[in-house]
Design a protein around this ligand. Structure first.
Ligand SMILES: *[C@@H]1O[C@H](CO)[C@@H](O)[C@H](O)[C@H]1NC(C)=O
Ligand SMILES: *[C@@H]1O[C@H](CO)[C@@H](O)[C@H](O)[C@H]1NC(C)=O
Ligand SMILES: *[C@@H]1O[C@H](CO)[C@@H](O)[C@H](O)[C@H]1NC(C)=O
Ligand SMILES: *[C@@H]1O[C@H](CO)[C@@H](O)[C@H](O)[C@H]1NC(C)=O
Ligand SMILES: *[C@@H]1O[C@H](CO)[C@@H](O)[C@H](O)[C@H]1NC(C)=O
Length: 433
């Protein structure tokens, strides 16, 4: 590899130089064409207040490095993935990224892919299903990271007309999708706390995906939250893609807390568990498979990440939700340092406001995916919400995961309820560098 390359850290790939060139040229071609097509379809506001055009030139210009070849200038554009599991605190953590004015944040776009696959008529074999689904997930992530929101149209149902949709999943969770240039009405609503998850479509009308793509280009960085990718290994081709500078924030949480939270949020699906919790006796038909695979996937990903394979170097950060809840400012700083961005004042203000809230008007915030709560108090509140019998079962199913992530087991109901002793061991998980 060329000296200058090594010094500047630009040539990351370890395969042959020719392959690198081919790959890079091919991908640049695709990206360049995509960007041009998109830019050609954009006009009006772009040249005005939002300056996509000039931004875009800065982000995507190319320059000769390594003497005789072309590689993208080390892009300032960050591609952040909040990689989590259902009810692990990812809505809260996602807001830390959503508050940043330079980040285009999307909350669980893979929902649409899963819906499309789930309803597809052909019943493929399981492994093939899984591979195809994961491939579609990666395709969508790649396209979103390069600001092609139109790619979503392959999956959104009903099919968007004229690049406009009114069924974009959890749109209200994204500032960028509810503020100018996407939504001209949205500016003020953002200043105060949005009351619920329907405010944005109500206020802004249907979502114009072309405008969303423009907004994406005009912000410097893209962050995506998902709970639908099972293991970090499933993301490997994205970490190796020369078009991306992927930063994976792996958010984990005590599986006992995850279970308690799922029982509260999805009570219909967890009826058997609630009976178990209320009676202390395990119904025969209770489904242990979901929490078991949650534990298995979480541990497998953490093990992979902490082993620091070459393809994850500098790209993986393990964050325990409990640490974030206990020391939100410190942990948020660590997250921002990892992704390589400045933590803006408004992020700090959001943290101050949302981590010490005394829930003065809980009715306003008490919707299912609320992120505003006293994070400190909720981190271990599951200990008052689960019977010891259930806790013991989960501990047996997930003992390796608990040990790996530093969550202590309890051996009696009294120990479970005694909140003066934290079950979260002090641990540091050094960022992979
Ligand atoms: C998938 O099918 C279910 C049940 O038939 C339906 O309720 C749901 O709306 C469909 N989802 C999509 C995205 O078409
Ligand atoms: C969506 O926004 C683009 C860019 O401003 C505009 O050209 C297009 O007409 C809009 N689409 C609709 C259906 O309003
Ligand atoms: C909680 O909020 C109420 C109303 O905003 C305020 O009067 C009260 O002092 C607050 N309590 C604490 C402990 O911050
Ligand atoms: C489990 O039962 C306890 C009472 O023993 C109750 O306080 C708690 O809310 C229940 N948890 C759930 C998730 O239903
Ligand atoms: C978890 O339980 C299994 C089976 O009981 C046991 O083999 C394993 O050593 C345990 N792991 C830890 C970390 O305690």
């Amino acid at each position: 590899m060329h000296e200058g390359c090594r010094a500047r850290g630009r040539c990351r790939m370890e395969c042959s130089w020719k392959t690198v060139l081919l790959l890079v040229c091919a991908s640049l071609g695709v990206q360049y064409t995509a960007i041009h097509t998109l830019r050609d379809s954009l006009s009006g506001p772009c040249q005005g207040a939002y300056r996509c055009q000039s931004r875009h030139h800065r982000d995507f210009r190319w320059r000769s490095v390594c003497d005789d070849s072309w590689l993208p200038v080390e892009s300032p554009r960050k591609h952040i993935l909040l990689f989590a599991t259902t009810r692990s605190g990812s809505s809260f953590t996602g807001q830390l990224l959503n508050q940043h004015s330079g980040i285009f944040y999307v909350f669980e776009p893979l929902y649409h892919v899963q819906q499309a696959f789930t309803n597809s008529s052909s019943r493929l074999r399981r492994t093939l299903d899984r591979r195809a689904l994961l491939g579609a997930y990666r395709d969508l992530l790649l396209n979103l990271y390069t600001c092609d929101l139109h790619f979503m149209e392959n999956y959104i149902r009903p099919e968007p007309q004229d690049h406009v949709t009114s069924t974009f999943f959890r749109r209200s969770s994204s500032h960028a999708l509810c503020s100018p240039p996407v939504c001209l009405e949205g500016g003020n609503a953002l200043a105060s706390d949005p009351p619920d998850e329907t405010w944005c479509p109500k206020k802004c009308g249907a979502l114009n995906l072309t405008l969303a793509s423009m907004s994406c280009l005009s912000r410097g960085h893209v962050a995506i939250k998902t709970v639908r990718v099972p293991e970090v290994g499933d993301l490997r081709t994205l970490t190796e893609d020369p078009r991306l500078d992927l930063k994976i924030i792996h958010l984990v949480r005590d599986p006992r807390a995850i279970l308690a939270s799922r029982m509260m949020a999805f009570s219909d699906q967890f009826r058997a568990w609630k009976i178990w919790n209320a009676t202390g006796r395990q119904p025969r038909y209770v489904d242990l498979s979901q929490i078991t695979s949650t534990c298995k996937d979480m541990a497998a990903s953490a093990e992979t990440g902490l082993q620091r394979p070459a393809w994850l170097r500098g790209r993986y950060l393990l964050v325990r939700y409990e640490d974030l809840a206990l020391l939100p400012k410190e942990k948020a700083t660590e997250i921002y340092r990892f992704v390589g961005l400045e933590m803006e004042d408004r992020v700090q203000m959001w943290i101050a406001k949302n981590t010490n809230s005394n829930m003065s008007s809980p009715s306003e915030w008490n919707y299912r995916y609320s992120t505003t709560r006293d994070s400190r108090a909720t981190a271990e509140s599951w200990r008052l919400r689960l019977g010891f019998n259930i806790v013991r079962t989960i501990q047996n199913l997930c003992n390796d995961t608990l040990a790996l992530l530093g969550y202590k087991q309890v051996h009696s109901a009294a120990e479970l309820r005694d909140l003066s002793h934290s079950l979260v061991e002090y641990r540091t998980f050094e960022p992979v560098t």
